[in-house]
Design a binder for this molecule. Structure first.
Ligand SMILES: C[S@@+](CC[C@H](N)C(=O)[O-])C[C@H]1O[C@@H](n2cnc3c(N)ncnc32)[C@H](O)[C@@H]1O
Length: 423
């Protein structure tokens, strides 16, 4: 057993301190500033992981976690910390990642935007245990803890989870989602690839992941963000927190003026593209997923026509739309390589890549196409930091990073970062 004073927070939600031999130690469920007793569970030459045994000097920000599954379920990591302090720690993690992994000196990290503490999720992916019950994986484990009520879900999504029931033997995962209109369960079935999973009683729409006719009802939901409606098909991504999505839209829109030629990369169903076009920008939305690109075309189809959107028409029939927003169904890698090669220029490029980030090849083409501002919406500050390093090397600078703590209680952090040419 060791006594440790915790001094910071690591990406992932563990508090960090030092053992008596000087190695960094990561401790879950502790808070920077606390003095704790720990037992080392993982010993490495330069660092260690330890289990919290006792809090000797508790932080004033320590609160009683409201969820009975907390500590067992791997979803939440921060319920023991008051909301305001979580927001502050999120900002510190973002700054630390940008400095250490991104090589950004004194990054300007704005105050964290935090839309809600609990009851915010409009979708959740449940694992299925051997008895067919829905639950979440335990931390660092494949074991599943059955969860009847998750405090992160909004009311409609908790209702949909209850309607989905706990008789999913044969399924591996069940995603439950709800929109402002419609709710659905999207099921992954591996045990019976061609079989039909037993449906729960009631009317909840059910469909299989990966396409095919719905098993029951209409699994397409309508989402609404900042007064705009979006069709979201079962195979399409949509932000899991409606108020969070609204905050992201507002931050992305700040960088764009009417008349700007804007590229919206990794566009999903057109969340940012629609808001930017409504602001008077000429937008080209690039999305690889078939379902999302089809939804985006639908979601952008009622905008009033105007002149041209960004740059060239991709040779394929994938580019559709001649109004203020058009949708290109293509991998960003291919689209940008072609755009860079034929001299396309955009005033603003918005990118919202998957968790792994954009990568150096995309950044290399991105900086040939972007003229004024790059707005990077990141769901992992570490991936953002790696891409920031490549942007800095290419002569850009980070003007501001705004953490959006839309997954309160968890270690997941969203960031909207703005880059401009350094010259
Ligand atoms: C994090 S989501 C963002 C969607 C959208 N910006 C939003 O906020 O709703 C990332 C999107 O990128 C798409 N995607 C992933 N890899 C891609 C690639 N290489 N090229 C184009 N789109 C990709 C996914 O299908 C998904 O819709």
């Amino acid at each position: 057993m060791e006594t440790v004073r915790l001094t910071g927070m690591a990406h992932g939600g563990d508090a960090v301190g030092h053992l008596s031999d000087g190695r960094a130690v990561f401790v879950g469920f502790a808070i920077p500033g606390e003095v704790v007793h720990v037992e080392v569970t993982t010993d490495k030459p330069r660092w260690a992981r330890a289990r919290l045994l006792e809090v000797l000097e508790p932080s004033a920000d320590r609160v009683a976690p409201p969820c009975p599954y907390y500590g067992t379920c791997g979803g939440c990591r921060l319920q023991h910390i008051a909301g305001q302090r979580q927001a502050q720690l999120v900002g510190q993690v973002v700054a630390e990642q940008l400095q250490r992994l991104g090589g950004v000196d004194n990054p300007v990290v704005a105050e964290t935007v935090r839309p809600a503490d609990y009851g915010y999720r409009s979708r959740a992916r449940f694992a299925v245990d051997r008895a067919g019950r829905l639950g979440f994986r335990k931390a660092a484990s494949h074991d599943i803890v059955a969860v009847e009520r998750c405090l992160l879900l909004d009311e409609a999504t908790q209702t949909a989870r209850e309607a989905a029931g706990d008789r999913w033997t044969g399924a591996t995962e069940v995603e439950v989602r709800s929109g402002v209109r419609g709710a659905a369960a999207i099921v992954d079935v591996v045990a019976k690839p061609r079989g039909r999973p037993a449906l729960p009683p009631g009317e909840l729409a059910v469909t299989r992941r990966g396409g095919g006719p719905p098993l029951r009802g209409d699994p397409v939901v309508t989402e609404s963000v900042a007064g705009m409606d979006f069709r979201v098909s079962p195979g399409s991504f949509f932000q899991a927190n409606r108020a969070g999505a609204e905050a992201l839209v507002a931050l992305v829109c700040r960088a764009v003026a009417a008349g700007d030629r804007v590229l919206d990369l990794y566009a999903g169903v057109g969340l940012f593209a629609r808001a930017l076009a409504a602001k008077g920008a000429e937008v080209t939305a690039v999305e690889a997923g078939a379902a999302a690109a089809t939804d985006a075309r639908h979601n952008l189809s009622d905008l009033p026509p105007s002149s041209a959107a960004v740059g060239q028409d991709l040779s394929s029939s994938a580019a559709v739309g001649s109004g203020p927003a058009r949708v290109v169904r293509a991998p960003v890698e291919r689209y940008l390589a072609e755009a860079a090669a034929n001299g396309t220029q955009a005033d603003v490029v918005v990118l919202d890549p998957p968790r792994r980030g954009a990568g150096t090849a995309v950044v290399a083409d991105l900086v040939r196409v972007a003229r004024g501002t790059i707005v990077y919406v990141a769901c992992d500050p570490a991936a953002l930091a790696r891409d920031a390093r490549a942007l800095l090397a290419a002569g850009w600078r980070l003007t501001e990073a705004v953490p959006v703590d839309q997954f309160a209680q968890t270690a997941q952090i969203e960031v909207v970062a703005t880059f401009t040419p350094a010259r």
